[in-house]
Design a protein around this ligand. Structure first.
Ligand code: NI
Length: 395
């Protein structure tokens, strides 16, 4: 007996969406999620490709249409599948059954729209030229699940990649599209400032790491204003500053942590160098020693011009409203697929924001997706993949 039976696609997708919403799994723990995706796709007659992945999976729809020039392209759609460690407060009848875990970023919507697009594309494979891979990717929230997919070899033959995110600042039927940078490179730093602890009444006996840290925080904020080109977006935030345990002791160590967001590759390199220099030299001026630990996350996501046009044209044809999208200083590990350093070659990509109804922001405990967004999103994504394959020959 088929899972879908005689259900209409929309009803079937909504039922699955609710199932995924009730069973949220954190990054790298998406076992039940993966099994469910596998079952639904297999039930629809869609082929699953075997790659060495503990969670997440890659499915494929093979086109039957003959290419005009003999070139059969391989494109991919990326759907991320993980949830967040958040206690759900959304007022929905299909609330999370796993206490403290929630699909607060709408990846349940991504999974379902991706499944819907695969089913629709499979139904129209006679019109499809080339191959489309559906990448159900783990651990986007940890910002390196994309690397697991790349390491598995699943993207080796991919020529272009499409991505999307549900957008709670837009109504259902609207899609935010932008050419160029859409999300920022995400870097993280920890700075440890070591001084000499002493009595709070006798600061002259020690070296105060708190005072040095205060100066470092100020100094770090001068980088964007004094070192980065004024036309290049960049942000630095110090988000944690910790030192000491009581009122009358100057501690030995202070520690701060924060993030740097940039779009431009060279700014990213510049920032790392200037953060290290600023911390070390200001600390030295106070007689303290600063050490910086730098962790590079995903690079910036760049929307290829021609692909952004396809998204706009298809939106118009599907009766959706294409709205201009602002670029965000947020990040998405989708950028790894496009990145030359991660891929060994540059891969053109495009990432759009699909309206899911105006409400609480993503990662909010009361975030929710309007279910009416699911089928149109699936149809839109399938139409993009089909339109892309039509223009693929001659590429
Ligand atoms: Ni997300």
């Amino acid at each position: 007996m088929s899972l879908r039976g005689d259900k209409k696609l929309e009803q079937y997708l909504i039922e699955n969406f609710e199932w995924f919403h009730r069973h949220p799994e954190l990054s790298y723990e998406e076992y039940e999620t993966t099994e469910r995706i596998r079952a639904v796709l297999t039930d629809a007659g869609i082929e699953i490709l075997e790659y060495p992945l503990a969670t997440g999976l890659v499915a494929v729809v093979r086109g039957r249409k003959e290419s005009a020039d003999g070139h059969y392209g391989v494109t991919a759609l990326r759907c991320d599948i993980d949830a967040l460690p958040i206690m759900e407060e959304a007022d929905v009848p299909y609330v999370s059954e796993y206490t403290g875990k929630m699909h607060a970023c709408g990846h349940d919507f991504h999974i379902t729209a991706g499944i819907g697009a695969a089913i629709l594309l499979q139904e129209r494979c006679e019109e499809l030229c080339g191959t489309v891979k559906f990448i159900f990717q783990p651990a986007e929230e940890e910002a390196h699940g994309a690397m697991k997919i790349l390491e598995s070899g699943a993207a080796d033959d991919v020529e272009r990649i499409w991505g999307f995110h549900g957008d709670p600042t837009n109504r259902v039927g609207a899609v935010g599209i932008r050419e160029g940078y859409v999300t920022a490179a995400v870097d993280r730093f920890v700075i440890r400032v070591r001084g000499v602890g002493c009595h709070g009444a006798h600061p002259d006996d020690g070296i105060d790491p708190i005072l040095a840290s205060a100066a470092i925080v100020q100094g770090l904020h001068s980088i964007v204003g004094r070192n980065v080109n004024a036309f290049h977006p960049a942000v630095l935030s110090v988000t944690r500053l910790q030192a000491g345990a009581t009122w009358n002791v100057i501690p030995t160590v202070a520690e701060m942590e924060g993030t740097v967001r940039t779009m431009d590759r060279e700014d990213r390199v510049l920032y790392e160098r200037r953060v290290r220099e600023t911390a070390e030299r200001i600390a030295a001026a106070y007689g303290a020693v600063a050490e910086t630990e730098w962790t590079a996350g995903p690079p910036a996501t760049y929307n290829h011009k021609e692909m952004a046009r396809v998204c706009e044209d298809v939106a118009r044809k599907q009766g959706m409203e294409a709205v201009p999208e602002e670029s965000s200083m947020g990040g998405d590990d989708f950028a790894y697929y496009e990145d030359k350093d991660a891929m060994g070659r540059e891969l053109p990509g495009c990432y759009v924001k699909i309206g899911v109804g105006v409400g609480q922001q993503i990662h909010h405990p009361a975030f929710r997706v309007e279910q009416t967004a699911i089928l149109p999103a699936a149809e839109y994504l399938a139409a993009i993949l089909l339109a892309d394959s039509a223009s693929a020959s001659g590429r």
